[in-house]
Design a protein around this ligand. Structure first.
Ligand code: NDP
Ligand code: HSE
Length: 430
């Protein structure tokens, strides 16, 4: 049986979960995988403030990274510190020393992946990141190891649990965004500083990794169109319900030849779509391959044990691949390759709600602007505003239209004298 010593950087939620699985499941893993996985060292920031110290013998702990990177027995380093520094420096030093790195840190991977990949190839070390996307859901291995026969045409996912919890709560309990956010914070789903989740940054980090692997081209995080959920209101959910839709923060990637679009934004989905049924903190990723068709993976996108499950799976995979680690199928360079044509003027459907003067000619004036910008209307719903008899709200669901045409149409509609305000614009997918 092969013995592998594993050291862990960061002993918070995920790091402690990895320790629990590697120690608690040691014998089962040894029996099934023929691997003797041993914890060697655990890096903590300081001994005073580390709440998980009681889990392991004190002899494991160190506050000195050099002790780990220079340790000849440590072959695999699991990074669960999070953020960019010092995680980036530690990962690079580990790879330079020929040690395989397994990480759950989507931010550092999405921002520094090319330099990590180059360092790994240089020393023959492995670089594994299953837990960075979808927590415990084995989506990356599914794409890399089980969908190689396919040209992946589309990925659509709910890949942030905090925002899905907030949106589910707004849809089902009718609460405002700020109420739903504060409930998510009380339950420990959202961080004290929730910006990365609610503004969509976390989902863009994950989409950068997911789309790069799916489309075999590095899709840097800064090419992804991003819109968070902070502007959604209770009215948006009322109207979505009336039209038969759910609203989800979706990460979307589509590929057609060399044309690739990547975007994260609130999205209306028909209630019948499988992703519309994903509630609370759960994640799900819907993938379309040219040969396999549609598949969907569903599960816990965060949490100690689901995330540690993905990390330990990578550790086992890395042990079996020792000396023959697989690298990305594409040239992993900082900038997007010239061979990809980034589609910014993407096409989808749009749900637009306008507050208007309730008088003859209003509908005609707005329809004329849509027509001028090649936007065709699918459904129209007009409801008088509850406050008075002179204004009204009209919700338009368009057929597929170009993003840039919609932006120009909305700019012109906003200038019409019969329009009080464009209250919302939410993209829709089928
Ligand atoms: P935690 O904050 O719970 O744990 C991070 C740990 O790293 C803390 O104990 C922290 O100590 C420690 N740390 C910080 N700086 C250093 C340092 N310089 N040296 C040693 N230790 C340090 O985070 P999580 O475990 O939740 O997340 C870890 C990573 O996994 C992140 O990248 C996160 O995005 C990712 N992830 C997390 C998921 C989850 O459900 N929690 C799901 C999927 C991915 P201190 O408290 O003293 O700062
Ligand atoms: N903040 C992330 C989420 C944690 O809510 O999904 C898991 O990556």
């Amino acid at each position: 049986m092969q013995k592998f010593d594993v050291s862990i950087l960061g002993f918070g939620t995920v790091g402690a979960g990895v320790y629990k699985i590697l120690t608690g499941n040691h014998d089962d893993i040894a029996h099934r995988e023929d691997l003797d996985l041993r914890i060697r060292k655990i890096l903590v920031r300081d001994f005073e403030h580390e709440p998980n110290l009681g889990l392991a013998d004190m002899s494991y702990f160190t506050t000195d990274f050099s002790e780990i990177v220079s340790d000849p027995d440590t072959r695999i380093i699991v990074e669960c510190i999070g953020g960019v520094e010092p995680a980036r420096t530690y990962i690079l030093k580990a790879l330079d020393a020929g040690k395989t790195v397994v990480t759950s840190n989507k931010e550092v991977i999405s921002k520094h992946w090319p330099e990590f990949e180059a360092a790994a190839k240089n020393t023959g070390a492995g670089l594994y990141m299953e837990a960075t996307v979808g927590g415990g859901i084995p989506i990356l291995k599914t794409i890399i190891d089980s969908m190689q026969a396919n040209n992946i045409e589309r990925i659509m996912g709910i890949i942030n649990g905090t925002t899905n919890y907030i949106l589910t709560n707004m849809a089902e309990s009718g609460v405002s965004f700020s109420e739903a956010l504060s409930q998510a914070q009380k339950l420990g789903y959202a961080e004290a500083n929730p910006t990365a989740d609610i503004e969509g940054f976390d989902a863009t980090y994950k989409l950068s990794i997911l789309s790069s692997m799916s489309f075999h081209a590095h899709m840097p995080v800064d090419v992804i169109y991003r819109e968070g959920i902070t502007r959604l209101s209770s009215e948006d959910f009322d109207f979505a319900k009336k039209l038969g839709y759910e609203i989800k923060l979706l990460a979307i990637g589509k590929k057609n030849g060399n044309n690739i679009e990547v975007r994260v934004h609130p999205t209306m989905l028909p209630k019948t779509h499988p992703l519309a049924a994903v509630r609370g903190v759960f994640n799900a990723i819907f993938v379309t391959g040219h040969a396999v068709g549609d598949i969907m993976l569903y599960g816990q996108g965060a949490g100690q044990m689901p995330t540690a499950s993905a990390v330990v799976s990578d550790v086992i995979y890395a042990c079996h691949s020792d000396g023959h680690h697989k690298y990305m199928t594409f040239r992993n360079e900082e900038k997007m390759t010239d061979e990809v044509n980034l589609v910014e003027n993407f096409r989808c459907r749009y749900c637009i709600r306008v507050n208007v003067v309730d008088e003859p000619g209003t509908m005609a004036a707005i329809s004329e602007v849509f027509a001028k910008h090649n936007v065709s209307l699918k459904d129209v719903l007009q409801l008088g505003a509850p406050d008075n008899g002179v204004s009204s709200r009209i919700t338009f669901m368009t057929h597929e239209a170009n993003e840039f045409d919609i932006r120009s149409a909305l700019s012109d509609i906003g200038k019409l004298t019969c329009v009080h305000a464009i209250e919302s614009m939410i993209r829709a997918e089928a």
